[in-house]
Write a protein that binds this ligand. Sequence first.
Ligand SMILES: Cc1ncc(C[n+]2csc(CCOP(=O)(O)OP(=O)(O)O)c2C)c(N)n1
Ligand SMILES: [Mg+2]
Length: 801
Amino acid sequence: MTQAATKEALTFEDFKKEVLKDYTTARISRECSLLGRKEVLTGKAKFGIFGDGKEVPQLAMAKAFKNGDFRSGYYRDQTFMMAIGALNIQQFFAGLYGHADITQDPMSGGRQMGGHFATHSLDENGEWKNLTQQKNSSSDISPTAGQMPRLLGLAQASKIYREFPNADKEQKFSVNGNEVAWGTIGNASTSEGLFFETINAAGVLQVPMVMSVWDDMYGISVHARHQTTKESISEILKGFQKEENTNGYEVLTVLGWDYPALVDTYAKAAQIARTNHIPVLIHVKELTQPQGHSTSGSHERYKSADRLQWEGDFDCIVKMRSWMIDNNIAKSEELDTLDAELKKEVLAGKKAAWEAYLNPIKEERTKLVEVLNSVAASSANKVFIEKMIADLSSIKEPIRKDNLTTARKILRMVIGEAGQNALATWIKNYTNEIQPKFSSHLMSQSSSKAENVAEILPVYDEASEMVDARLIIRNNFDKIFETYPETLIFGEDSGNIGDVNQGLEGLQEKYGEARVSDAGIREASILGQGIGMAMRGLRPIAEIQYLDYLLYALQIMSDDLATVQYRTAGKQKAPLIVRTRGHRLEGIWHSGSPMGMIINAVRGMHVLVPRSMTKAAGFYNTLLKADEPALVIECLNGYRLKEKMPNNIGEFTTPIGVVETVKEGTDLTIVSYGSTLRIVEQAAKELMEIGIDVEIIDAQSLLPFDKNHDCVKSLQKTNRLLVVDEDVPGGASAYILQQIVDVQEGYKFLDSKPETLAAKPHRPAYGTDGDYFSKPSTEDVFEKVYAIMNEANPKKYPSLY
Ligand SMILES: Cc1ncc(C[n+]2csc(CCOP(=O)(O)OP(=O)(O)O)c2C)c(N)n1
Ligand SMILES: [Mg+2]
């Protein structure tokens, strides 16, 4: 043989090996799906949604996927995760069972249902790993197309790093911006607004994003004719095709069962995106769903016999196998043998996962039963307790709920008996041990959590000038961009004109368009840009122009941003700062303050409501030293008010979760925040004129609220409480009341009914009168306080009306 011939032979051998490896991954994945469905139908797992029918294109995607790259996808991608080495058989089943241990179910520690994938960006201390040395997958969420906004940010991070390498101080996130962000979505989910919004934005921004649409013609039972114009996403996105001298996409189509064509297509897509930062859309057609959508239904109900027959014939693994045989890569019998071996391997992995899941719970039960036996021995209810122990012991596959329910029911039966203490102790210890498995990491547990950032007060001297407050914000951002190369800000009108209130005036000129930029009018994907970039080590500040329009982004804040740490059990973070401005102007969509809605939607974030620009600037300074996501709402009517310019701009910090007493008083405590605070301060002056001395507390931070319980300390002095805000009745004021009366046990110190004063339940009407008749006014605050004092001492404060 000549040298060339040897090389060719070797190459074909290598090629064969690689194809066989791919086939093996596909088969393992398929067996996992088949067995997974059985596990649900026999009751071992609760719900299953699998990647069968979508295996082969994912092999091709995995081949083009490099270290440093990121995936943002959905529940069909198990084959891809296996192919990049991020998911094995046992882990697959651990996820299906909901194994509440991140070392067993690395996707979410049992918190997400199976089929929601992730890799670990953080080490055990919550600090960044080197993401350029591993293949990365951002953690999936269930809302269809919810992966899209984040995908944009993951891709944009490469662009930022390429243009501004200094942003990667520790060189952990990017190598010359060469990383591609890979999106996957089902055909039907492209109907969502988030898909179209993101696709357009990526075309404008020209970011390295490869978007795959897995098209099986259905979204659960609903056919493509009800989903997509012309029943084809690539047809209707043709106008996005990049031409000479335009921006846009490379739009590619490929059949989902054609292994060699898929491999070529993905290699080409990666090359275009990686080298030139041009986004690519790959429409992967003719995919199937062998077992139907999920374990909740059967597709025979809505697919015709013809369709089912076609799905059998065009099953991507069946087609790959024929192609392998036709091209002398393997013989049919060899593949049969391999299939049988892999089936066994999957079965063994499943068994191991089940034992790993069940054994610790059984061991916990054994210990509990020991305690219960000794409790029973000395109990008057011995017979009943022994029956309950026997019932618990007879459960073949116990869960923790069985253990704890039995223990807690028995505790009630042994009150005052010798065994009570031991059992109560067991219950407390068990709960302390198990509860964190389900409740940890709502916020960061690293040393950089925001609560650890020390307060630094603003410093003034005689020369300190009173200035338009927006200048304090502006100068503070200037200092931030100078100090932290990883920061950037973007939003509607944030770049060229330096935001609608000029809090960024001149900063684009100074720091460049990569760092201070305009964005399209698309709040959800602005938020997503922030999430994705924050997941890749940048410190983005996503600006939502007005609080009234935050609702467009609220879904993604709630479902994605606020849950990142929680849903990965602390293995990913997205320390995004969302900047907006709101409260108190005039008009239905220009004066909103829906704080109750927001704080209830975004547990997992900080929600900060500074009353002044100095306070706001201090919050930004705090947040940049921390690693948690936050929303900062500046007061829209505060930019032109005068504040004193601090000498230590960029350095002073406003502590998070700490209230400030802005006026001391003895008769009643008013707790408020934001723009309403100024109204409260005015009312307090007027109340003082008639001898009522109120104490005013600025909440400043709604999530978290008053960690030090200063409000209740105030109540111990005044014994009366009024909470004032401009949200709807029962909104954030009700939350504050619950915190003070219930959590801080303020009820113990109250001599009058605790009250709230909020806006009217309707949206605020336009104009000054609209405001006066919609939101709390100085007179409203005055009279509310007066009425409380009248009720307490009618002689001294006779009724006004
Ligand atoms: C916002 C939202 N609406 C509805 C659902 C329920 N749901 C889950 S998957 C799905 C169909 C998705 O179909 P497609 O995007 O084609 O993906 P496929 O499952 O076919 O791969 C629906 C309606 C959801 N998860 N999120
Ligand atoms: Mg579909």
